[in-house]
Design a protein around this ligand. Structure first.
Ligand code: PRX
Length: 664
C-alpha cells in the first residue's frame, strides 16, 4: 500500500457517516427527501407509482385488499404479463440495445449480447416450444441451471405463457432438485449439459438425471440446454422425454406467442428457501406486486436507467438474481449483465476486467465477495479503469464497516454511494436500505426502511425497543412485493412469519405483523443494523441454510447417532457450518467417517453446505429439559468465553468439546 493509501484508509477508519457523493446526487433517480413523509401520509396509494412503472393490460381497481390478513392482495383486478413488461414494450425504443450481456467463464469467445429484439425472439420461440410440450397456464416448470442465457430465456418464456417457474440453484444437489420437484408437483424440467467452473467443464446433466430418478411422479419433458463446447461434452444418451433446447427452439423458429394476460395476483414464480424444519419452503410470488416491487426498488435504490449497463454478480438461482438480474432491470429496459463463472478465474481481477470492458455503471454483490476481494488485495481492482461505476450495492448478509469502506474506497473511488440492502427471498425485493441520492450512509448499518415500508425493532412482547438495544426486526404493514403464501401450505405461512407477533384470530390488518426472523437494532436517526438470524438458519456466504436440513443429512450417514449444526464465524464466508456429531456405539471417530459426513451433506444439499469442521463428541450440551444448547455450541465454535454453564444437564461435556474444537 502506498503512503497515500495508508492515510486514506486511516481517514476513512474514523469516519462513521458518509454523504451521498454530489456527482451521484446530480443525476439520481430519487433526490427528494420528502418521499418518506409523502409515502407515509399516502399509504398504501403511494405504491401506485411503482405500479405505474409497468404496462397493464387492464387497470387495477384497488391498490391493496387487506380484508383477509395475512393474505393480502395488491393491485387487485389488474392484469398484466411479466414477459411483455420485460421485453415487448421496450422493442420500439430499445430493440437494438443490449438487454443481456452474457459473459462466459472461459474466454471472450463465449460472450453473447442479446438485444431486446433478439431476447424477445428467443423467448417467443421457447414459449412456443414449451406450450407444444404441453405446458399450460399454472403448470410449474422447474429450472436447474447455472448462469447461462437459456435460464432467463426459459424464465421469461414461462412468464409469457403464465406457467410459474421454480428455479433450483445449480449448485444444489440432485436430492435437493428431487425434493423441490416433488414439493411443486412439477412435471417439466429445463436443465443443461454442463457449464464451466475455473476452466473445467462440469457435468450438470448427470446430477439432473440423478435428481430426476428421485422424482415421485411422471416427468413429461426434460429440456437440455447444450452449453458445453464441442469436445468438452460428457456422454449422455437422452431419454425419451429429453430434448435439446436448441432443437426445440429451431422447431419453433420465428414463432410468436401472445403474452397471456395474468391477474396481478397470479403466481409468477415459486422459490424454495431454507427454513427451520428440514422441509424447504415454497415462497410464492405474484405477477403484479412482485414485478412492481422489483422494478421500483431497481429504479429508486439501484438507480437504474435504460442507458445503464448494470452488473449484479449474484446467481439467478437465488432471489437476488430473480429480482435484480432478470425482472427489475429488464422491466426498466436497461442492459443487465450475467457472468457465468467465479471472480477469480482466470485471475482475481476477473470482475474488474468485466466492469472495465463493459463499462458497467452499477455493481451489486455480496459482502462475502467483498471480503475475498479485500484479502486478495487492492492491486487487482487498481489495475483496471473502474470509473464507469456510479453506484455499489451489497446484499445477503451484514457487511462490517471495514469491508464497506474498502469497497467504497477501492472500487468506488469515494465517488459511488454504497447501498447495503436488507431483504429476503420472502420480501421479493429490498426493504431496508438508504435511498442513495437522498440519505447519508453509515457503514455497518443497512439504513432506514424504504419509504412506505414500516419496520419496527421490538422486544419479545412486540414492544418497540429503545435506540441502540438489540431486538427483533418486524414489518408492521404489508408491501406489494411480499410473498403471498407458502406453496400449498397457508398454515405454515402463518406459523412461520406471522404467529409470533400477530393476533392470528383477528381480521384487522393492524393486528398482523410480519416477522422475518432477524435480530436488529435501530439508532437515533432510524438507521437499522441487522444482527443476523434468530432462528436455526445460518448464512454461509450470503446463502441461507437450515441447520435441520444439514443435521438430517448427517444423521443419514452410517455410524452417526446424533448431530447438531451451528454457524461459527468465518473471515470470508461470514458464517461457516460447524457440525457436532455423536457416533453410534462401535463406529470409529475417524477420517473416513468425517469424509462420509461431508459427502453426505454435499449429496443432500450441495457443496455450499459442506461443514467447515466436523467435531466428534460423546454428548451434546443440553438444558435440564433436554434441549440442545445451540448458542453454547456457537460460542465454542467461535472460541468465546462461555460464562456459567452449571445450569446444563451435562456441564462436564463442555470442556471436552472445547478441547476438540481447538485441536481441530
Ligand atoms: O438474515 C438476513 C440476511 O439474509 C437473509 C435472507 O436470505 P435470503 O432469503 O437467502 O435472501 C438473500 C438475498 C436477499 C435475511 O433474513 N440478509 C440479507 N441482506 C442482509 C442480510 N443481513 C444483513 N444485512 C443485509 N443487507
Amino acid at each position: 500500500m502506498s503512503d497515500d493509501d495508508v492515510q486514506l484508509e486511516a481517514r476513512l477508519a474514523e469516519q462513521d457517516v458518509f454523504e451521498p457523493p454530489e456527482s451521484f446526487v446530480e443525476q439520481a433517480n430519487v433526490t427528494d427527501e420528502g418521499i418518506y413523509e409523502e409515502f407515509e401520509e399516502n399509504w398504501p396509494e403511494c405504491w401506485e407509482g411503482a405500479a405505474d412503472l409497468l404496462d397493464w393490460d387492464s387497470d387495477y381497481d384497488q391498490v391493496l385488499d387487506d380484508s383477509n390478513p395475512p393474505f393480502y392482495e395488491w393491485f387487485t383486478g389488474g392484469s398484466l404479463n411479466a414477459s411483455a413488461n420485460c421485453l415487448d414494450r421496450h422493442l420500439d425504443e430499445r430493440g437494438d440495445e443490449a438487454a443481456i450481456e452474457w459473459v462466459g467463464e472461459p474466454t471472450d469467445e463465449d460472450d453473447i449480447t442479446y438485444t431486446y429484439e433478439e431476447l424477445h425472439r428467443e423467448v417467443n420461440e421457447f414459449a412456443a416450444a414449451l406450450r407444444d410440450q404441453g405446458v399450460g397456464e399454472d403448470d410449474v416448470v422447474t429450472m436447474y441451471m447455472p448462469m447461462i442465457p437459456q435460464l432467463p430465456i426459459a424464465m421469461l418464456a414461462c412468464a409469457r405463457i403464465g406457467a410459474p417457474h421454480s428455479v433450483v440453484f445449480a449448485g444444489f444437489s440432485a436430492d435437493a432438485l428431487a425434493t423441490r420437484m416433488n414439493a411443486a408437483d412439477s412435471e417439466y424440467l429445463v436443465t443443461c449439459d454442463g457449464y464451466y467452473r475455473r476452466g473445467d467443464p462440469l457435468d450438470h446433466l448427470d446430477k439432473a438425471n440423478e435428481g430426476l430418478a428421485g422424482v415421485d411422479h411422471d416427468v413429461e419433458t426434460v429440456v437440455v440446454a447444450e452449453r458445453l463446447r464441442e469436445g468438452d461434452g460428457f456422454d449422455h444418451d437422452y431419454a425419451d422425454n429429453q430434448v435439446a433446447f436448441d432443437d426445440l427452439q429451431s422447431e419453433h423458429a420465428g414463432a410468436s406467442v401472445d403474452p397471456v394476460s395474468r391477474d396481478a395476483e397470479d403466481m409468477l414464480f415459486l422459490m424454495y428457501t431454507s427454513g427451520t424444519t428440514g422441509e424447504p419452503k415454497g415462497v410464492k410470488h405474484t405477477t403484479g406486486g412482485y414485478l412492481a416491487w422489483s422494478a421500483w426498488t431497481s429504479q429508486a435504490v439501484l438507480d437504474i436507467k435504460p442507458e445503464d449497463t448494470y452488473f449484479c454478480s449474484a446467481d439467478i438461482g437465488w432471489i437476488t438474481g430473480h429480482s435484480y438480474i432478470v425482472y427489475g432491470p429488464l422491466a426498466l429496459g436497461t442492459t443487465t449483465m450475467m457472468y457465468e463463472g467465479t471472480p477469480d478465474y482466470p485471475d482475481k481481477d476477473r470482475l474488474w476486467e468485466i466492469v472495465e470492458e463493459y463499462e458497467a455503471t452499477q455493481l451489486y454483490t455480496a459482502p462475502t465477495a467483498i471480503r475475498a476481494f479485500m484479502r486478495w488485495g487492492s492491486e487487482y481492482p487498481d489495475s483496471h479503469d473502474l470509473s464507469s461505476l456510479r453506484l455499489l450495492g451489497t446484499v445477503g448478509e451484514p457487511i462490517n464497516p471495514r469491508a464497506w469502506k474498502w469497497y467504497y474506497q477501492n472500487i468506488g473511488d469515494e465517488e459511488c454511494p454504497v447501498v447495503d440492502t436488507w431483504w429476503q427471498t420472502e420480501t421479493g425485493g429490498m426493504m431496508v436500505t438508504t435511498l442513495p441520492g437522498v440519505k447519508d450512509m453509515k457503514p455497518g448499518s443497512a439504513g432506514p426502511p424504504l419509504p412506505g415500508v414500516d419496520v419496527q425493532i421490538v422486544d419479545v412482547d412486540g414492544e418497540e425497543v429503545e435506540a441502540g438495544r438489540a431486538g427483533y426486526l418486524t414489518v408492521q404493514k404489508p408491501w406489494p412485493g411480499m410473498l403471498r403464501t407458502l406453496y400449498k401450505n397457508d398454515e405454515r405461512f402463518i406459523d412461520e412469519y406471522w404467529r409470533e407477533y400477530s393476533d392470528v384470530d383477528s381480521d384487522d390488518p393492524e393486528d398482523w405483523v410480519y416477522f422475518p426472523e432477524d435480530g436488529a437494532k435501530i439508532d437515533d436517526d432510524g438507521y437499522i443494523t441487522v444482527l443476523g438470524r434468530v432462528d436455526d438458519v445460518i448464512n454461509v456466504s450470503g446463502h441461507r441454510l437450515g441447520t435441520m436440513e444439514i443435521e438430517s443429512a448427517i444423521v443419514g450417514v452410517e455410524g452417526v447417532a446424533e448431530a447438531a449444526v451451528v454457524g461459527g464465524d468465518h473471515e470470508i464466508k461470514g458464517e461457516a457450518v460447524y457440525a457436532y456429531v455423536i457416533t453410534e456405539d462401535g463406529a470409529d471417530e475417524d477420517e473416513a467417517l468425517r469424509q462420509a459426513i461431508i459427502e453426505g451433506v454435499e449429496d443432500a444439499i450441495g457443496p455450499i453446505a459442506r461443514p467447515e469442521a466436523v467435531i466428534f463428541t460423546p454428548e451434546l450440551p443440553k438444558t435440564r429439559s433436554g434441549k440442545i444448547m445451540r448458542r453454547l455450541l456457537e460460542d465454542i465454535a467461535n472460541g468465546e468465553d462461555l460464562g456459567d454453564t452449571s445450569t446444563l444437564r451435562n456441564p462436564d461435556v463442555v470442556s471436552d468439546i472445547q478441547a476438540k474444537v481447538s485441536d481441530d
